[in-house]
Design a protein around this ligand. Structure first.
Ligand code: EPS
Length: 396
């Protein structure tokens, strides 16, 4: 991140999740209700476990906002863990009499084993509480602030799920050219996905996805998938080709891979492009004399060339592995006794791909807000807007 910095703190069953974000211009409108709406979207989705029935995630804005607008200083927010009341002894900050039953059997695929060895923890709970994807609630809350900033410039971020297990919807925004955008309202993707319990745009495939999740749940197993996050109405020129860590691809891939359980990121055609000739992969460039605009017949590049936005929709595909907490656990070892035994079981979800796609939107919003501030700068929204409008006037 070049201009915005953010931190998260908090454990899954601790008192609260905390987030801070610094580098925001003054005068950005933001409310707790805006954040609540996004947090609600993250809580939904077929395949979620019992925890989501306990929590109604709501962020309180603690600092940096006055009379509905940012003041230019750090914004801090807090999301209470309602479940904390059931964990007060197990997660007490102070020392407790006796010891709560320690978790000593790592779950394959989780941070349990490596985290316990690295931090010399005898109780794996000290690892799993922070490694939990519950932390992504904070990212969605912080991402809402970034999203508000982007929406000021009509930049919109949407997502949809393209795969859960073997159920696959082949539709990708990367297959659409700039002319197609007129016929196919890409902006509607978000609304349509929000209406599906698996965030899938094809109703037939959505039913298959639900079946996959139900079958996994019945088999006490879990299932992963792929989601696509799309940003619309971006100006040309966010990111840069001049240095590895300024490329937007680099920043997006890092942000997506930082979400728990993500195993792969692709931009546009991504992995598929490796097996195709260049002539079939790259997107021809045309110029429309009537509008004075360049346009493309397709968007295999997914809106990025040379690490810079090229004005086409930005298309990011992200693969999520199946959740590693299995109700019918794999083999593991008791790290105290070294005996072979079944892995630890913790209440969890069967599938969190739909929720992860909402987290992906938040992460993309944070990266793009940072890139927008990097390009246009400004200490206040007025200043940022002036620079943006001026640039648009000259560059279209
Ligand atoms: C949660 C994500 C998952 C849930 C968690 C809440 O986290 P994890 O990565 O640890 O599986 O299982 O809920 C619980 C830990 C629980 O007590 O059920 C989230 O997204 O809020």
């Amino acid at each position: 991140m070049q201009k915005l910095r953010y931190f998260t703190a908090g454990e899954s069953h601790g008192q609260a999740l905390i987030g801070t974000i610094e580098g925001l211009p003054a005068g950005l409108r933001i409310s707790e209700d805006d954040i609540f709406q996004q947090l609600q979207r993250r809580q939904h989705g077929h395949g979620r476990g019992g925890r989501m029935k306990i929590e109604t995630d709501r962020a309180r804005l603690l600092t940096g906002v006055r009379h509905g607008k940012t003041m230019g200083g750090p914004v801090a927010l807090l999301i209470e863990n309602r479940d904390w009341k059931n964990w007060q002894t197990k997660m007490a900050v102070e020392e407790v009499d006796g010891t709560a039953a320690a978790v000593v059997i790592p779950r394959p695929g989780h941070a349990d084993y490596a985290g316990a060895v690295k931090y010399a923890h005898e109780d794996i709970r000290n690892v799993l509480e922070r490694a939990s994807a519950r932390e992504t609630a904070t990212r969605v809350a912080l991402g809402t602030i970034a999203r508000k900033l982007l929406s000021h410039f009509d930049i919109e971020i949407v997502s949809h799920v393209t795969r859960i297990g073997s159920a696959h919807n082949p539709f990708s925004v990367a297959s659409l050219g700039s002319r197609d955008r007129m016929d196919f309202d890409v902006g509607q993707i978000g609304e349509r996905a929000d209406q599906s319990s698996v965030r899938c745009l094809d109703e037939g495939v959505a039913l298959k996805m639900v079946d996959e999740i139900d079958a996994a749940s019945k088999a006490k197993d879990t299932v992963g998938g792929i989601f696509e996050v799309v940003a619309l109405n971006l100006p040309v020129g966010l990111g840069s080709h001049v240095h590895w860590d300024r490329k937007l691809d680099t920043r997006i891939a890092a942000a997506m891979m930082s979400i728990p359980a993500m195993k792969g990121v692709e931009i546009g055609l991504g992995f598929e492009s490796a097996s195709m000739p260049g002539s079939a992969v790259h997107d021809p460039i045309y110029y429309d004399e009537n509008t004075g605009q360049y346009y493309r017949s397709r968007n295999h590049a997914g809106g990025l060339e040379g690490g810079i936005t090229n004005g086409m929709p930005l298309v990011v595909g992200v693969a999520m592995k199946p959740i590693s907490t299995l109700m019918k656990p794999l083999d593991s070892v008791n790290m105290q006794t070294k005996d072979k035994t079944a892995a630890h079981i913790e209440r969890s979800d069967t599938c969190a791909v739909p929720a992860a796609s909402v987290v992906g939107e938040a992460m993309l919003a944070l990266v793009l807000a940072d890139a927008l501030l990097e390009k246009f700068g400004g200490d206040s929204m007025v200043e940022l807007e002036e620079r943006y409008v001026d640039w648009r006037r000259q560059n279209g």
